[in-house]
Design a protein. Structure first.
Length: 419
RNA sequence: UGGGGGAUGGUCUAAUGGCAAGACAGCGGACUCUGACUCCGCUUAUCGGGGUUCGAAUCCCUGUCCCCCAGCCA
């Protein structure tokens, strides 16, 4: 039931698009996905994406898939797969039956690649990495067609089969989409869609020695899973052209759309997986869950609650402009959440022994104080008091300097009886 | 420089041609046996220049600045 006095929170631009798609009948059910590559632990930036994707699904009675984008066996491992699942669950989200892996689709992806070759829309290119870069041109100069661009369908089919069968060495060639080497969008200059990698995959073992590239794999995985709204970060805006090209060229029955939002940045901290990995590998930190890092596991170890992280993601919003959030906003979200029901504890950080001379020498009593100003139901705090006690040193110092406002009150000082 | 995006207080986000709003930070005050919390009050913004309009953050033109793309990474 909606309270008429409290207008609903305005929808961000992605939720607006989804609301319109629902209203127009373009979609009747919403399917999103969170697609991490299992090459590291999740961090607070991923939490933003998780809250967005799972949140949207939940709000619209849809589903959100957890899909591991595992197309680069050189960097991925099951350790990360497990850690990521644990963190998403801990954050409070559930993918139900929809735990997927891009590697589940390797057969279908291979079929689509063959189909592209048969359509004359993909070719095996023997340019090495350096030459390919040379041929690609620059931001201001168009690229040149690869000398292998016009190979026959039969030749391409045979060559691609050789790639698949492990008859060609890593790096000797790649399968490329035949798009447009003069496109002003660099990504459209015949992007590689399959490369040879003689590496065991954490799930498929040594079944494959060719692996699909992101631009080819992601859109088709979305299509296979019937994703309606494929939400990613801004740096993939240029890639959307390839995303659309692949699905349009293959004329797939399902047509997901990609939307991009600004990734989360937090001042004075590192967020990139590459840098976090470096901190871990070079032992600058205690591991992925070092509380000094903004990984989900680090935040958990530091005492953050799932609700505080969800509230934080809700607070910062979703937009398209590059933004840098103050660390204080994150910290505020835990304090806010913890303040509600966290029991209070008294401690003396810099104890200074004192003797209260007009207090009976042997007397000792237990004082009681309200534990929570806004929650009187919470059990009261009890602490001992005696003639010989501990005072918090900075308190004394401040008292001497007279920086306390008003006159000192008995209860103002943190006291503790030495044992 | 070609292309793709973006510009609202110190920071983030609203306002979708009709009173520039909220959160965080900051400042002042109240309350306090947590310098916390809570409460009250305050400061601070539409990138610049033109135009359309009764009316522009919003629409048009123009300029400036910022981000992304030249991996067989994602």
């Amino acid at each position: 039931m909606t309270n008429i006095d409290t207008p609903a929170k305005p929808l961000d631009f992605i939720r607006q698009i989804i609301a319109e798609d629902l209203k127009s009948g373009k979609h009747s059910n919403i399917v999103t996905r969170f697609p991490p590559e299992p090459n590291g632990f999740l961090h607070i930036g991923h939490a933003k994406s998780i809250c967005l994707n799972f949140g949207i699904a939940k709000e619209n009675n849809g589903v959100c898939h957890l899909r591991f984008d595992d197309t680069n066996p050189g960097k991925e491992s099951t350790e990360y797969v497990d850690a990521i699942q644990k963190d998403v669950r801990w954050l409070g989200f559930d993918w139900g039956e929809h735990l997927h892996f891009s590697s589940d689709y390797f057969d279908q992806l291979h079929e689509f690649a063959v189909q592209l070759i048969k359509m004359g829309k993909a070719y095996v290119c023997h340019l090495n990495a350096d030459d390919m870069r040379e041929y690609r041109g620059t931001l201001t100069e168009p690229g040149k067609d690869s000398p292998y661009r016009d190979r026959s369908v039969e030749e391409n089919l045979a060559l691609f089969a050789q790639m698949k069968n492990g008859e060609l060495a890593e790096g000797t060639c790649s399968l490329r989409a035949k798009i447009d080497m003069t496109s002003p969008n660099m990504i459209m200059r015949d992007p590689a869609i399959y490369r040879i990698m003689n590496k065991d995959h954490h799930r498929t073992g040594d079944t494959w020695c060719i692996y699909p590239m992101y631009d080819f794999c992601h859109c088709l995985s979305d299509m296979i899973e019937q994703i309606t709204h494929s939400i990613c970060t801004l740096e993939f805006e240029n890639n959307r052209a390839v995303y659309d090209w692949v699905l349009d060229t293959l004329a797939t029955p399902c047509r997901p759309r990609q939307y991009e939002f600004a990734r989360l940045n937090i001042n004075f901290t590192v967020m990139s997986k590459r840098k976090l990995l470096q901190l871990v590998e070079e032992n600058h930190v205690d591991g992925w869950d070092d509380p000094r890092m903004l990984t989900i596991s680090g935040l958990r170890r530091r005492g953050y609650t799932p609700a505080s992280i969800r509230n934080f993601c809700d607070t910062i919003g979703v937009g398209k402009r590059d933004s840098w959030i103050d660390m204080g906003v994150l910290e505020n979200s835990v304090r806010d959440d913890l303040n509600v029901d966290a029991p209070r504890v008294m401690g003396v950080l810099n104890p200074l022994k004192i003797v209260i001379t007009n207090y009976p020498e042997e007397q000792e009593e237990e004082l009681e104080a309200q534990n929570h100003p806004q929650n009187p139901d919470m059990a009261p705090a009890r602490f001992p008091s005696a003639g010989r006690s501990m005072l918090n040193a900075p308190t004394i110092w401040r008292m001497r300097r007279g920086s306390f406002s008003g006159s000192p009150r008995v209860g103002k000082y943190a006291c503790a009886t030495p044992t």
